[in-house]
Design a protein around this ligand. Structure first.
Ligand SMILES: [Mg+2]
Length: 297
């Protein structure tokens, strides 16, 4: 995955609209390269969250309004070859339920999945669901007719792709499409991305591509990614509040940047990220939520 520029900066597909390039005709480009936007802040080294617990604990105890945003796949649950096989552990659900009842805490899931799917797997009362990279806040799902027509064409064009590339899977998310390539070779992934780029150019769809660790997410232009969603969502909140954001994916990087004044945590191996802290895996995320709950009790 081409996620870095020549200067070594981490790059993401989720960029402020003002920074999107235009075509010579003045219209926005049909395809934006994965590396279309260099972040202004990157970190090479993050400390393990538990090594900095004293600092985290102090901020949590002092906060009067704590906004916890959690990614789902790879953060609360491990990845599965088939996304529909995923299961939230009962321990994690129990801790989330306890946190959701706390008067100072507001919980939300921010995921590339649709709200309907998240509802099925999460089942935690009072937990806000911000599906499709945060776009489904307030339950919005309406799209212009032109986009719906283009989506049908795109769906037909992508349908034969698994026959050409062994191991890839096209997921129909209703108003978007995800091409999953977990477990395939880097060469296959490069070829898939090239094929998608060509396809979008050819059929002139009003869509954008959001690159995640293991998939190409083809979404309507209205879906601007988790960074924009976080900025929009927190803009309306009464200050002061303490944001906590936990995610594992390239798609979470813009959100780390948007909430950089809060506690940001990248899940997974040590990697270049905009998050301030790291945790190794979903089990450690669960342990973190438990510690958080202890601090608030
Ligand atoms: Mg994830």
């Amino acid at each position: 995955m081409n996620a870095r520029s020549n200067s070594g900066r981490l790059q993401v597909a989720d960029a402020p609209l003002a920074r999107q390039r235009s075509t010579p005709s003045g219209k926005p480009p049909l395809w934006r390269r994965p590396a279309a936007f260099a972040m202004t802040q990157t970190r090479n080294i993050t400390s393990h969250l538990f090594d900095s617990w004293k600092h985290v604990s102090k901020r949590v105890r002092a906060a009067i309004d704590i906004r916890i945003f959690l990614d789902f796949d790879g953060t609360l649950v491990r990845y599965y070859d088939r996304p529909e096989d995923v299961k939230l552990s009962s321990k994690c659900r129990r801790i989330l339920e306890k946190l959701s009842r706390h008067r100072r805490v507001h919980l939300a899931i921010v995921s590339g999945r649709r709200n309907a799917a998240l509802r099925k797997y999460v089942r935690v009362p009072h937990m806000k669901l911000l599906g499709l990279f945060g776009w489904e806040k307030r339950g919005r799902t309406a799209l212009p007719r032109k986009t719906k027509v283009a989506l049908r064409r795109l769906r037909s064009a992508l349908a034969p792709m698994p026959e050409s590339f062994l191991g890839i899977h096209v997921e129909n998310k209703g108003i978007s499409l995800a091409v999953h390539f977990r477990g395939t070779s880097p060469e296959t992934q490069r070829s898939v991305r090239t094929r998608i780029r060509g396809l979008l150019k050819r059929i002139r769809c009003p869509f954008r591509v959001i690159q995640s660790n293991h998939a190409c997410e083809i979404v309507p232009r209205q879906v601007e990614g988790k960074g924009v969603a976080m900025r929009e969502f927190t803009r309306g909140l009464r200050k002061p509040f303490l944001p906590i954001y936990v995610g594992d994916d390239l798609t979470d990087e813009p959100a780390f940047l948007a909430l950089r004044r809060g506690i940001t945590v990248r899940v997974g191996p040590v990697s270049r990220t905009n998050a301030r802290f790291r945790l190794r895996n979903p089990e450690e995320v669960c342990a973190f939520l438990e510690r958080l709950e202890d601090e608030l009790s």
